[in-house]
Design a protein. Structure first.
Length: 586
């Protein structure tokens, strides 16, 4: 098959799925446009704000489309080949990821926009609620660690393209800083009614493009500014400084009102991502690139087996537990009409699958022995998408096209970082019982502060060479993220069964729950067990925080499963009164 055939086939399958299975899901969940949503009943114009679907779709999509649909497909495609990765992206997004997202959002709006953890408390038990909250918070910390470091890597050093042109990290850093300033200005202008949403969109979307172009002329090279010596050690030191600065950004972004940063940045980011998808699809169709990478490399490659690692490496592009936190954490408080759940939740998941396919195509065009196959995922993505844009014949320089790709990558992550911090803040507030501004700062400080401990760790490979922190955390992030998806599906399955008693529940959410639970637990057990064994296979104690985090996550997930089985098999009413997490805005 050619790239054109794969692009058309994939887009066609996703479109058909939206209008068929998506419509069926909306009917099964009984989405009603006349039902008053929590955005009206709980309206406070801080977290609960009725939002037009086109605005909310952009915000939700940019929040869920983090580094996952870029890094995951590239890493898995390089390892196992592009065919198994493509199959999982399509099947997973339609039958598992999309189902996970729309049911999580629906469950939240049917419970006054409370979090999935609160839904679990009402339909399972108080103990399940606390277990789930703890699991979520740990998963959020690992998401912040992995995505912070992979973003910081884009701001240092330089990246050489196939044609020899160079894109510097200072260029991307400068453009990214401007990108973060623009939505703040936009949010203030819309809040003061100086500009309408449509007019602000017409003005500020082109300004994002201008910021990409301007970055090359005013590069923010932190390594040079601070006088850090060149070389691998200097790059790693600079990357860690950027890590800390990004976490400080999370600290501030986690407490400011949603209208000031989250909504306008999500809106602009969504349009930027639409442009990135359009550029990628156009490049696939018109660039004339050919598939050169192997379709399938084997069931076991570099010590990792296709089952279960494929299904945890490709997280956000096929299914992601993180999406449930966005759906029930911020999106449900802004959903204007119930029926908007179909385009906002299910539609966004399918759009993200297309992002993942475009990312995978950047692997498909690589020659197997190309030096880029040893590069970082953002390098491969920038080279691939940049070559697509340049191949359109619009006269766009390769370096500028690659910068556009790297900015798209950074945009994915920025939107996720502050949402994760905000959600972590809500959880800490609930656990300590402080829902005032003091509690907000404590929750945000803890959520943004704990990742610093991991970020500042020095990690080396077997040869003793330093490696980026995100590489150590990516597999754990994938496994915990997919296990979170399984637990969310477990929660909505219990809710739907207790309220509907319909057999379709077991097929629509039950089977996906079992699959995700099996794959993620298998992967988590495998990678955690390996860290407690020495080179001869004997048990050893370890101080590796990743190993102990794996033990904690597996224990929490097992206890949650036991709680669900007790509820499903028993007749006792385990529901609890509504908690305060909704009041906190979680």
């Amino acid at each position: 098959m050619t790239l054109l055939q794969i692009a058309l086939m994939s887009a066609g399958i996703l479109i058909v799925a939206y209008f068929t299975y998506g419509r069926l899901l909306a009917r099964l969940l009984q989405l009603n446009p006349k039902t008053v949503t929590p955005s009206y009943t709980e309206r406070d114009d801080i977290d609960f704000v009725p939002t037009e679907s086109k605005f909310l779709l952009s915000q939700h999509f940019s929040a869920i489309a983090a580094a996952g649909p870029v890094v995951g497909p590239i890493v898995a495609g390089l390892l196992f080949g592009w065919v198994p990765a493509l199959i999982w992206i399509l099947v997973g997004s339609i039958l598992i990821g999309g189902v996970h997202d729309i049911t999580a959002l629906t469950a939240s709006i049917r419970h006054k926009a409370r979090s999935i953890a609160e839904v679990v408390r009402e339909h399972m038990s108080q103990r399940s609620y606390l277990l789930f909250l703890t699991f979520i918070w740990i998963a959020l910390v690992y998401i912040i660690v992995a995505f912070t470091d992979v973003t910081a890597a884009s701001f240092v050093g330089e990246q050489k393209l196939d044609n020899g042109e160079v894109v510097t990290g200072g260029w991307i850093a400068s453009s990214s800083i401007m990108y973060l300033i623009l939505p703040i200005i936009m949010g203030i202008l819309i809040k003061t009614k100086t500009l309408s949403l449509n007019m602000a969109t017409l003005i500020f979307v082109p300004l994002i493009g201008a910021s990409i172009y301007a970055g090359q002329f005013i590069p923010f090279d932190l390594q040079t500014i601070l006088g850090i010596e060149p070389g691998p050690e200097g790059l790693l030191q600079t990357q860690k400084i950027w890590d800390v600065l990004l976490l400080l950004y999370c600290l501030v972004a986690g407490v400011v009102p949603v209208w000031m940063l989250l909504q306008p940045r999500g809106h602009l980011g969504g349009y930027f991502l639409y442009i990135a998808i359009a550029a990628g699809v156009a490049g696939l169709v018109f660039s004339g690139k050919e598939i050169q990478y192997p379709q399938f490399r084997g069931w076991e490659v570099d010590g990792k087996t296709l089952f279960p690692y494929l299904f945890i490496m490709i997280a956000c592009g096929a299914c992601s537990g993180f999406h449930s936190l966005i759906a029930s954490g911020t999106t449900s408080k802004q959903l204007k009409v119930e029926t908007d759940a179909k385009p906002v939740a299910y539609g966004s998941m399918l759009l993200e699958a297309m992002v993942a396919i475009i990312s995978l195509s950047c692997v498909m065009i690589l020659v197997p022995n190309s030096p880029l196959t040893k590069g970082t995922p953002n390098q491969i993505y920038a080279n691939g998408l940049g070559s697509y844009v340049q191949g359109l014949g619009l006269g766009i320089p390769a370096a500028l096209a690659a910068s556009f790709a790297l900015m798209a990558f950074s945009t994915f992550v920025f939107d996720t970082l502050d949402v994760c911090t905000r959600l972590g803040k809500y959880i800490i507030q609930e656990l300590i019982g402080r829902h005032d501004m003091t509690g907000a700062w404590i929750g945000t400080g803890v959520t943004a502060g704990v990742p610093i401990f991991f970020i500042l760790q020095r990690v080396t490979d077997t040869a003793g060479k330093p490696i980026p922190i995100w590489r150590m955390f990516w597999d754990l992030f994938g496994a915990s993220n997919q296990l979170l998806a399984a637990l969310t599906l477990l929660g909505v399955t219990v809710w739907l069964w207790r309220t509907r008693r319909a057999m379709w529940v077991w097929f629509v959410t039950g089977i996906p729950c079992v699959w995700m639970y099996a794959m993620s637990s298998w992967a988590l057990i495998t990678m955690t067990r390996a860290k407690f064994l020495d080179t001869e296979g004997n048990f050893k104690m370890t101080s590796d925080p990743v190993a102990w985090a794996g033990v904690v996550l597996m224990t929490l997930a097992a206890l949650m499963l036991v709680e669900a089985i007790i509820v499903l098999l028993g007749n006792r009413d385990n529901r609890r009164p509504q908690g305060q997490l909704a009041a906190a805005g979680a």
